[in-house]
Design a protein around this ligand. Structure first.
Ligand SMILES: [Zn+2]
Length: 239
């Protein structure tokens, strides 16, 4: 799956496919994330298994440092991609992107900071100075991404407006019901719906990027990998 309008950017040292570890809140999220990451990179990548598995927030935040260190020292991973749901926490906005800014109640900012703390003093290992990272935030949950383009009411802007007005435009329960047809899908049901939605977006990511800045941030990180691959050492010395 390499959409024609996507320029392939994904290759590691000596042109081999990138090796990437995925960390999400569930197997369902990770199965969709794999497809979306490939869609952004425009080329297949090899999955690297993390040493730990998270189930929900805050376990992702808690195990992130150990996973980052494990990938750095014990694997040939080029990068780690993390995706969490915002639930009722602060959505990541453009103001959070200011240099040195950090929002303590934004999970995307928290994950970036945790990764940075865990990795900034690590010595080079396995022929590279560091493992790259990409972080996404699904607002309020990954099911909103799966409905993007199908339900005009669903998007981060609507969610933010609802928060400001003190009334959510929809609940996470309603999103699940719309995506899966039930609040309690079986694992195969959930994976089937999530991956179908991810494949739909991977063919053309523009709508998802436009309506969900928490996905756009993830995509920007991934596209930055191509630019950063040859400049990693330079970037490191700037920090
Ligand atoms: Zn943020």
């Amino acid at each position: 799956m390499s959409p024609a309008h996507v320029t392939p950017v994904a290759s590691g040292p000596v042109g081999r496919p990138l090796r990437i570890a995925l960390l999400g809140e569930s197997l369902v999220d990770e199965s969709a994330l794999e497809i979306l990451v490939e869609g952004v990179l425009g080329a297949p990548f090899a999955r690297v298994q993390p040493n730990l598995r998270a189930r929900g927030w805050p376990s992702v935040l808690q195990i992130l440092p150990a996973i980052a260190r494990h990938l750095h020292f014990n694997t040939d991973a080029d990068g780690l991609v993390v995706l969490v749901d915002a639930d009722d926490s602060e959505p990541h906005t453009a103001t959070h992107e200011a240099p040195g800014y950090f929002h303590p109640r934004c999970r995307l900012c928290q994950l970036r900071a945790a990764f940075r703390r865990a990795t900034r003093r690590l010595p080079a290992a396995r022929g590279r100075s560091r493992v790259l990272r990409a972080v996404g935030l699904a607002v309020p949950a990954a099911e909103a991404w799966y409905l993007c383009g199908l339900d005009e009411r669903v998007g981060e802007e609507a969610w933010l407006a609802g928060r400001a007005a003190g009334r959510s435009p929809y609940t996470r329960r309603e999103l699940k019901l719309r995506v899966y047809g039930t609040e309690r899908p079986t694992l195969p049901q959930a994976v089937a719906q999530a991956t179908a939605a991810a494949l739909r977006h991977a063919r053309d990511l523009r709508r998802l990027e436009n309506d969900f800045p928490g996905f756009a941030a993830l995509a920007a990180d991934l596209r930055g990998w191509a630019a950063g691959a040859g400049e990693r050492d330079a970037m490191l010395s700037e920090e």
